[in-house]
Design a protein around this ligand. Structure first.
Ligand code: C2E
Ligand code: CA
Ligand code: CA
Ligand code: CA
Length: 277
């Protein structure tokens, strides 16, 4: 089309301008949504392959704004850039811990995993905040798992490792999220007091069709075992992926094959119907 040919720059500016005002508007609405407690958490079951039942879930933030659903892939980065992640992250941690206790009181034995962002992890007093939330909600520390990324630790590794040790002392589990996409420095990895590695979905997605991805997933499973860590594969959508992961002795899987993220009511139905079966 003629306009885009002779005025490509004009189009580019328009597009950038639109993206910028979208970011501003979403950030502004997010601030109001946090205050109005308009966000919610969904819970995605994780299947333990040896036990053959769900042993826990990952909490995932959801924002149903009046006219649209805004994905965490969009609003979490904006919350990080604007600093809103601190009040939002604190609300997420409190809500997930309260919900974990509520699930347990319904007779569902489970561990709750919560995503932690870089700004939260590096905030002074983060481990104290975790301790305070556990105390306030009355949740056992073993029922909470924090998902963090390698880059968050490596930004300042001495400080990061210190925070990991403080969290370990509290008794919560620690999982490295999106494993394989970050620094992956094996020398550092052995110094991290973490319990679990979560293999990034980018390796899992095509592992049943791509021999390189398959080799990567297999070696990450072996690496975890050698480091005495548990290993989880995320983004499992196909039975072929699950079958391969079983032969690799992967501990847990998470993905649409087993279940999508569920509302709290649907998650408890899911767990209760399976525990009775
Ligand atoms: P993540 O932590 O890597 O979470 C996994 C994402 O994969 C989730 O997307 C989940 O819904 C999606 N997923 C699960 N199974 C499958 C599958 O089989 N196939 C595919 N294609 N996707 C699957 P979601 O919920 O959109 O979250 C995106 C990202 O936003 C998360 O990636 C995490 O980085 C961030 N996020 C979500 N909730 C929170 C939160 O409460 N706090 C923080 N700090 N970040 C969050
Ligand atoms: Ca995660
Ligand atoms: Ca992940
Ligand atoms: Ca991710």
């Amino acid at each position: 089309n003629a306009r885009s040919k002779d005025s490509g720059l004009y189009y580019f500016d328009l597009q950038e301008g639109a993206k910028h005002s979208r970011r501003l508007s979403v950030t502004h609405r997010l601030e109001q949504a946090i205050e109005a407690e308009e966000l919610s958490l969904f819970y995605q079951p994780k299947l333990n392959l040896l036990a053959n039942h769900a042993t826990g879930c990952e909490s995932l933030a959801r924002w149903f704004s009046d006219d649209e659903v805004i994905s965490p892939g969009e609003f979490i980065p904006l919350a990080e850039q604007s600093g809103l992640i601190l009040p939002l992250g604190s609300w997420i941690l409190q809500t997930a811990c309260a919900q974990a206790l509520a699930f347990q009181q319904q007779g569902i034995s489970m561990k709750m995993a919560v995503n932690i962002s870089a700004r939260q992890f590096t905030q002074p007093g983060f481990s104290q905040q975790v301790q305070d939330v556990l105390d306030a909600k009355g949740l056992a520390p073993q029922s909470l798992e924090l998902e963090i990324t390698e880059s968050m630790i490596m930004e300042n590794e001495a400080f990061g490792i210190k925070v990991l040790h403080q969290l370990k002392e509290i008794g919560v589990s620690l999982a490295i999220d999106d494993f394989g996409t970050g620094y992956s420095s094996l020398a550092y990895l052995k110094q991290f007091p973490v319990n679990k590695l979560k293999i990034d979905q980018s390796f899992v997605r095509r592992m049943h069709q791509d021999s390189v991805d398959q080799a990567i997933v297999l070696s990450l499973c072996q690496l975890s075992r050698n480091l005495r860590m548990e290993v989880v594969a995320e983004g499992v959508e196909e039975l072929e992926q699950l079958d391969l992961l079983r032969t690799y002795q992967c501990d847990e899987i998470q993905g649409y094959w087993y279940s999508k993220p569920l509302s709290s009511a649907d998650f408890s139905d899911f767990m209760l119907s399976r525990q009775q079966a």
